[in-house]
Ligand binder design. Structure first.
Ligand code: GDP
Ligand code: IMO
Ligand code: MG
Length: 442
């Protein structure tokens, strides 16, 4: 069973990085297939925190090949900063491969991202200001500049000049800002080209060869299902296909190559940026979750909006991604609450919607319907076996499984690599086919 995926099931920041890191001890290749440095994936190893934005979360394992696939939009400046900071920590990036087909984020994309948000005022999306939307727009317009253009700076220059003619006109005439200097950009990107040239390759063949050879390849999603450009809460979404479907185009494989899709689900819900969030808790509960869960953006430092777990979203995410199992994260954050609420439906104009409504206004205006479950007081961060969790915590997990009809394979109870409960050997039997689980945790 060589091809597997880790996908965010909510609005991002579910803990994908820590789950990818955990699995990487048994994986040959980790592939990012969409998004850019809007992502912030945190891995905590031996008390040291690593915040990864572009480089796959398998990088902390020396033998793992880490691929930035064609579907990613890459800011070379951010990549180089990330390479430098990993190097400073003694982490080698020798196994990094970058797709020559990936598009690049250019300085004018960042200017336009900020300016567009400013212009929207109160209606802003709340983007990360990393230039993601403008970079994907140019890809679709067919005026984008790809990583491979760094390998022929003559082509790069021509494309840059063409692209800047249009983009500078927008920057000046629409947004009233100073135009950008093509020579300055050319000089900067010439330096980046020298630094990253050794990592650039045809990753499509690399990935398919690995799969053909029976190697274990893990596709690391960024953002989450509800931020997907097609399936999320448009326009309050990111500009890429964050769902499992994005793997095929973003890495260059067919759907039958993906054998197991793990949905990462936070035990409650968070969202950064604007847009509907039916179970949002403004006040005491929201503040409690934010402080206890340290819910501040990994990329932007913004406080995350917090609320209860939403089963309507979770069921929708299972459908959109065909999730096989769930990795439930941050269960420890709920400890100490008086009770836990779980949203089972949305009430709107006297009608209850138990499945995702077809019209987004309902998501904006509905009242969530809740079921209440008992909580627990004990600190669970040291628990290693499911049976050792307080029975209320076990009931919470069973409630989720009963509702969604797929198994919870992992439960994380702390940010550190080893603070994980591998449940019922689901993971081993399904993913690794050998029934041994002891080798996973390092
Ligand atoms: P990602 O973008 O999905 O990789 O998630 P982030 O890294 O942005 O956010 C998840 C945050 O929760 C990070 O700070 C993690 O270190 C932390 N984290 C992950 N799993 C757990 C857990 O089980 N318990 C606690 N308390 N923190 C966790
Ligand atoms: P990870 O991979 C949470 C959100 C932004 C904004 C919207 C659009 O760490 O889970 P963009 O800059 O992409 O144009 O912003 O998407 N967003 C994320 N929220 N986690 C992320 O990544 C996100 N990446 C983008 O806050 O609402
Ligand atoms: Mg994150």
């Amino acid at each position: 069973m060589p091809g597997m995926a880790v996908i965010g099931s909510q609005w991002g920041d579910e803990g994908k990085g820590r789950i990818v890191d955990l699995l990487s001890s048994r994986i040959d290749m980790v592939v990012r297939f969409q998004g850019g440095d809007n992502a912030g994936h945190t891995v905590v190893k031996e008390g040291k925190q690593f915040k990864l934005h572009l480089i796959p979360s398998g990088i902390l394992y020396p033998g793992v090949i880490c691929v930035i696939g064609n579907g990613v939009v890459l800011n070379p400046e951010v990549l180089i900063e990330e390479l430098d900071s990993l190097e400073a920590e003694g982490v080698s990036a020798n196994n990094l491969k970058i797709s020559s087909n990936a598009h690049m984020i250019m300085p004018y994309h960042i200017v336009m991202d900020r300016a567009a948000e400013h212009r929207l005022g109160k209606s802003k999306i709340g983007t990360t200001h990393k230039g993601i939307g403008p970079a994907y727009s140019e890809k679709a317009l067919r005026t984008g500049i790809r990583v491979q253009d760094l390998q022929d700076m003559k082509i790069f220059k021509t494309k840059l000049e063409e692209s800047l003619k249009i983009n500078n006109a927008i920057i000046e005439k629409i947004y009233g800002l100073e135009p950008l200097d093509p020579d300055e950009i050319f000089e900067k990107y010439s330096k980046y080209a020298k630094r990253i040239d050794r990592y650039i390759t045809d990753t499509t063949f690399l990935i398919s060869r690995a799969l053909e050879e029976g190697k274990k390849v893990l596709f690391e999603g960024a953002q989450g299902t509800m931020l997907d450009i097609d399936h999320g809460t448009y326009p309050y979404v990111t500009s890429s296909s964050t769902t499992a479907g994005g793997i095929c185009t973003g890495a260059g494989i067919g759907p039958s190559r993906i054998d197991e899709i793990i949905g990462v689900v936070k035990a409650y819900t968070t969202r950064v940026g604007s847009g509907p969030f039916p179970t949002e808790e403004i006040g005491r509960i929201g503040d409690y979750l934010r402080e206890k869960g340290n819910e501040y953006g990994t990329t932007t430092g913004r406080p995350r909006r917090c609320g209860w777990l939403d089963m309507v979203i979770l069921k929708y995410s299972i459908t959109i991604n065909t999730l096989d199992t769930i990795a439930l994260t941050k269960l420890d954050v709920l400890s100490g609450l008086k009770k836990i609420k779980v949203c089972t439906g949305y009430k709107y104009k006297g009608k209850i919607y138990n499945d995702m409504p077809g019209h987004q206004s309902i998501l904006h205006k509905c009242t969530p319907v809740y079921e209440e479950l008992k909580c627990w007081d004990d600190d669970i961060t040291g628990v290693k076996n499911f049976e050792d969790l307080p029975h209320e915590a076990q009931d919470y997990v069973k409630y989720i499984e009963d509702t969604i009809k797929i198994p919870v394979s992992m439960i994380s109870v702390g940010a550190e690599r080893n603070k994980i409960i591998i449940k019922d050997d689901v993971l081993e039997n399904r993913l690794f086919d050998n029934g041994r689980r002891s080798t996973l945790i390092v």
